[in-house]
Design a protein around this ligand. Structure first.
Ligand code: PLP
Length: 418
């Protein structure tokens, strides 16, 4: 019998439509979001939640930040897209702003994180041929096991995650894979004179918030420098104050040759990504060698400047550092109290808790997924990754009071999980 609309909830309707017509390339938690403001999102039934995913760290500035809404509304009535066939009144100022903010000589504007990573890979290869003198088509790029840099064919060719790369071959050649957080392995790989770059996340976010040893990134940068190899930091997830500094690589005290940014560059209002490097590297790009119709468009430029200004004005890096330490100490109490809460790790407000998967008395599974359903019921949204890990990454505008309330929600849910 066909159900009438009155007996089917708005939630069920929305889920059914998405399941029926959208490709099944995600496995969303069953909640249908409709509205957001700051640290909160509301579902279609009007229930409010703390957002502890922040669109995978894209909404660091909080949902629908009033300054971003205003900038978007104003720019929407002025000019949105010109393509790079012409100059625009917004791109130059944005380019200068972003270069000065992060301390690089040049930027390449793109849209998504994956596109920016692709940009960095192309730049590194051409630099390898034109500047380092690597033989034609022989350039190699070192990547790490467990990496996540996006999902294009070339990027998944560098991935070790079967979810990302199974049955998508033939793969792009030219990658050397080494274990993460392993300096001797890096040193060995760098000895190959055909290596042009090392692409690495300062913290592996998608893999489950794996934080390397304190010295790892700094020493890796030094090793790359000594071997005339570009160190390319993929800060798409870790950048823009998420880990307690504007860039996560700042914790190392060393400067990457190339920085890749996305997500929170626009505060989640619009797809904006960027690659930063100095002239000696970026100058390998010549007209026609790279580009994107939408890259650096006036809307993107305006929003990104505003979004980065918000991070400075609201001191979100310091906020992330301070509240992150409080969050981990609260989570450590749960680790100490419940044997199925294995550990907490992270930096700033990019954290993960590892849950031991169990079975309930009736034999049903009790994994990180079930805990996330309890969290949802208690008013907090988080998403499991790799079965047993829950990433906790709220918008950085969260207050200490709100964070403490969230810690109580997590503690309650962990107790119910027993
Ligand atoms: N690089 C890192 C470190 C990421 O975490 C992500 C996305 O999660 C990407 C690249 C890809 O970004 P996008 O999904 O915008 O293509």
């Amino acid at each position: 019998m066909q159900q009438t609309t009155s007996t089917v909830s708005k939630t069920q309707q929305a889920i059914a439509l998405e399941e029926r017509y959208s490709a099944h390339n995600y496995h969303p938690l069953p909640v249908v979001l409709d509205r957001g403001k700051g640290v909160f999102v509301w579902d279609v039934e009007g229930k409010r939640y703390y957002d502890f995913l922040s669109a995978y760290s894209a909404v660091n500035q909080g949902h629908c930040h009033p300054r971003l809404v205003k900038a978007m509304q104003e720019q929407a009535g002025e000019l949105t897209l010109t393509s790079r066939a012409f100059y625009s009144s917004k791109l130059g100022g944005y380019a200068e702003y972003v270069c000065k903010t992060f301390g690089y000589e040049r930027m390449m504007p793109m849209n998504t994180g994956a596109e920016a990573v692709e940009t960095a890979l192309k730049m590194a290869r051409r630099w390898g041929y034109e500047k380092k003198g690597i033989a034609k088509n022989a350039a190699k790029i070192i990547v790490c096991e467990g990496n996540f840099h996006g999902r294009t064919i070339t990027i998944i060719s560098a991935s070790t995650d079967p979810d990302s790369n199974t049955a998508f071959g033939p793969y792009t050649p030219g990658f050397i894979t080494i274990p993460y957080n392993d300096l001797p392995a890096l040193e060995k790989a760098l000895a190959d004179p055909t290596v042009c770059a090392f692409l690495v996340e300062p913290i592996q976010g998608e893999a489950g918030v794996f934080v390397p040893d304190d010295a790892y990134i700094g020493k890796a940068i030094q090793l790359c420098r000594a071997n005339n190899v570009l160190f390319m930091a993929d800060e798409v997830q870790t950048g823009i104050a998420r880990t307690g500094k504007l860039l996560c690589s700042e914790h190392s005290g060393e400067r990457p040759d190339v920085v890749v940014l996305g997500k929170a560059v626009s505060g989640g209002m619009y797809p904006v990504s960027v690659v930063l490097a100095d002239n000696a590297v970026m100058e390998v790009f010549t007209p026609g060698s790279h580009g994107s119709t939408f890259g650096g468009n006036p809307m993107a430029a305006r929003l990104a400047m505003e979004a980065l200004e918000i991070v400075k004005d609201e001191q979100l890096a310091a906020q992330s550092e301070r509240l992150g330490a409080i969050f981990r100490s609260e989570m450590q109490k749960l680790v100490d109290a419940f044997n199925y809460v294995k550990l907490v790790r992270g930096k700033g407000l990019l954290n993960a808790v590892v849950i031991e998967a169990r079975k309930a008395a009736d034999g049903s599974p009790k994994t990180a997924w079930e805990l996330c359903l309890l969290l949802r019921d208690n008013g907090l949204l988080a998403k499991p990754t790799h079965g047993d890990i829950i990433r906790f990454a709220p918008p950085l505008v969260i207050t200490e009071e709100q964070l403490m309330e969230c810690c109580r929600i997590i503690a309650l849910s962990v107790k119910q999980f027993a």
